[in-house]
Design a protein around this ligand. Structure first.
Ligand SMILES: [Zn+2]
Length: 330
């Protein structure tokens, strides 16, 4: 199985021998300790535990290396994906447990709801999407553990937000709300972050110059982020943003949550959600589980890589989604 079909995403390495070692990389550094959130992704690191503590062992009694082992460690990307699919599917089947898939479905719906509400609340909407990328390889060409990549985005987010606050709010007096989603690339499940801004902008004042300092801040503060991967495409900006004209076929379970048509104050047949909000929401990493749970139909490209990305998101102690107070997430 190859990692990629066609071109890799910006900041991921081009197709080369380096991909052969990617799935053997552990999800996170050995210094990380289990925090009870993704117990089944930890395996024995001491070499002396019973094989029954292996998350992929078929056992009648559930024992977790995270609980039993003196020095548990996160699994490799390849094995973690198997454990992620197995345990999340079991949670989905279980009436009293909520799977990561169900949690992200609910978040998807609340993002779509916030997007419709802000369109009504603002007199004149502009949107911007800022994408923070980083290379998954270190200076020696070795794969960086994906949870460490996620931590670099999380650790620098407050400073990025401060930059946006200064340039949009304090300097230009614009009202705005944000949503930030950490997504995983198609080519290498590399954590990257999309920050979506809804800006009240009756005079079309929003300009990419107001967002460039945040991009510069990202490149300066994240170890393997480079300007060459943050050209024009790192910021997309729309005054009177495009609205969705169809519901993505891949997400049949989500279809009901996305109203392409608003029957209300806009009148009938007016597309209700912005394409940019739908795009960012559809990157929530656990939504891809819908394809293995039989809830999403149609072909999903790069599904294996996206399931690996789901395992990364599950294992990571950092938040995958966050938003300003005007964007309430369920
Ligand atoms: Zn052990």
């Amino acid at each position: 199985m190859t990692d990629r079909h066609g071109a890799s995403e910006p900041a991921d390495p081009p197709s080369s021998g380096v991909y052969q070692s990617r799935r053997g990389t552990r999800l996170g550094p050995d210094t990380l300790k289990p925090d009870n959130s993704a117990t089944p992704l930890w395996e024995c690191g001491c070499g002396e535990c019973s094989h029954w503590v292996d998350p992929l062992a078929v056992a009648t009694v559930t024992q977790y290396a995270a609980d039993e082992c003196q020095s548990p460690r996160l699994m490799t990307i390849e094995r973690a994906k198997e454990a992620y699919v197995r345990y999340q599917s079991a949670s989905h089947q279980h009436a009293e447990r909520t799977s990561a898939y169900e949690r992200h479905l609910a978040k998807y719906a609340s993002i779509m709801e916030a997007d419709r509400r802000l369109q009504r609340a603002y007199s004149g909407l502009s949107t911007a999407m800022l994408t923070r990328r980083q290379s998954p390889l270190d200076e020696h060409g070795e794969w960086i553990k994906p949870v460490s990549l996620h931590s670099r985005l999380a650790d620098t987010f407050a400073s990025i937000r401060k930059s946006l606050n200064y340039h949009l709010g304090r300097k230009h007096g614009l009202e705005w709300e944000y949503l930030a989603v950490t997504a995983m690339t198609d080519s290498a499940a590399t954590p990257h972050q999309h920050i979506l801004l809804w800006v009240e902008d009756a005079e079309n004042e929003l300009h990419r110059n107001m967002l460039q300092p945040a991009v510069n801040n990202h490149v300066a503060s994240v170890a393997t982020a480079e300007h060459e991967h943050h050209g024009q495409g790192a910021v997309t900006l729309q005054h009177s943003p495009d609205r969705v004209d169809h519901v993505p076929a891949a997400y049949s379970a989500i279809r009901d949550q996305t109203r392409t048509v608003e029957q209300g104050e806009f009148g009938p047949n007016v597309p209700a959600n912005t394409t940019v909000a739908q795009y960012v929401a559809s990157q929530l990493p656990h939504l891809y589980l819908g394809h293995v749970l039989g809830e999403s139909h149609g072909e999903q490209e790069h599904l294996e890589t996206h399931l690996e990305g789901g395992a990364v998101a599950w294992a990571s102690p950092y938040r995958t989604v966050c938003s300003s107070s005007g964007v309430a997430l369920s």
